[in-house]
Ligand binder design. Structure first.
Ligand SMILES: [Zn+2]
Length: 367
């Protein structure tokens, strides 16, 4: 259920400023920021998640490789979700250094364990199994860190802010199920980075574009439906035996090219019909689908501040989809409503910023 919540589930506060006065909003911000900091403190680890050594200062690990962010930043600044949705609790633009980061591994590990895939010179051909495993491992670490922080946040909100404990308990239960899956995926990925085997991961799509796109994303996504509207993941099935299956997605800009990569762990067959349908589409249509998935399903994407206000405005409704979903009541709306909510028809009416017309031209680079 990862990508349907904001970083630490702030999505539900997206509309908060519409019904609060300025004064109330300031008070709310202060209280929330205190609660948030307390949760961060509470969820803080003592040992590195990777090497298990005692660690005092955790690394500010980037989710998206720094080189990708560098190619789309202007004066070190990037646009992200909050630029569009205006969530009053988050800062409007983030510098490259604080963009989409997590803090559960030590600096030493961070500088070693992602080296292959974070090196931009390693993308002359399709990524190796080791690189895929490193990407999968980092995606899992990010999700584990997010869920641990959320867990602490629900406790704080219940005890300090009067958040209903029934919802808190329910969230804990769902979180626990998710965590189990993420830890399993993490262990598998870690093993594969150390001893990669050809079949550990399966690449469904690898697209190379001969220009630089104005957006970067890395994460694992749980798609709800395929292109024909059939369910891929029933996010409302809370049966302990039912697993949500993710697909890893990388959308990386380079100096004068970009790559789009979809891959899954060996044995994950949940996406076969989706990619069968995807492969029948034209190149242009495929890009529209990826563009739609980034905005509708994910929140940790970063964009060039050079995109026009008009373009950003046209993408905002789609970018709100994942936070809107939080307000759908899982007990009454169910999977049919979610399938309709994420229908791909909308992909035709939003700007496709992966298309050539939105490329960032090299001659505009700061020297
Ligand atoms: Zn470590």
């Amino acid at each position: 259920m990862d990508n349907i919540t904001m970083p630490v589930d702030l999505g539900k506060f997206a509309g908060v400023k519409d019904f609060l006065t300025q004064e109330e909003l300031i008070k709310y911000k202060k209280t929330f920021s205190k609660t948030y900091k307390a949760s961060q403190q509470k969820s803080k680890r003592t040992h590195c998640y990777y090497c298990n050594e005692l660690c005092n200062s955790f690394c500010n690990s980037h989710t998206i490789p720094a080189f990708c962010l560098k190619y789309i930043a202007t004066n070190g600044k990037l646009f992200h979700m909050n630029t569009m949705v205006d969530i009053p609790l988050l800062k409007k633009d983030k510098g490259v250094n604080e963009a989409g980061t997590f803090h559960i591994i030590c600096r030493d590990c961070d500088s070693k364990i992602f080296q292959d895939y974070e090196n931009e010179n390693n993308y002359d051909k399709k990524p190796t199994t080791k690189m895929l495993a490193q990407i999968a491992m980092k995606n899992s670490l990010k999700l584990i860190s997010k869920r641990e922080l959320e867990d602490a946040l629900y406790d704080e909100m219940t005890s300090k802010l009067g958040f209903p404990s029934s919802i808190g308990n329910f969230k804990h239960m769902v979180n626990e199920m998710d965590l189990k899956e993420y830890i399993f995926a993490y262990n598998k990925a870690k093993k594969s980075t150390l001893k990669p085997f050809d079949g550990d991961y399966y690449i469904y799509t690898y697209i190379e574009l001969p220009y630089r796109i104005p957006i970067a994303f890395q994460g694992s996504v749980s798609l709800i439906c395929d292109l024909e509207g059939k369910v891929i993941n029933n996010i409302y099935n809370y049966n302990a035996n039912y697993e949500i299956k993710n697909v890893h997605l990388c959308v990386f800009p380079f100096k004068s090219k970009s790559i789009i990569l979809f891959f899954v762990e060996n044995g994950n067959k949940r996406y076969s019909s989706f990619f069968k349908q995807f492969k029948k589409l034209s190149h242009k249509e495929q890009l529209k689908v990826v563009n739609y998935i980034i905005f509708a399903y994910t929140e940790d994407f970063f964009m060039s501040p050079e995109l026009s206000e008009d373009t950003i405005a046209k993408l905002t409704k789609t970018a709100c989809k994942s936070t809107d979903l939080v307000s759908l009541n899982p007990f009454t709306n169910g999977i049919d409503a979610a399938t309709e909510h994420f229908s791909y028809t909308e992909m035709n009416s939003i700007p496709n910023i992966l298309s050539e017309e939105y490329q960032i031209k090299e001659e505009n680079d700061e020297v």
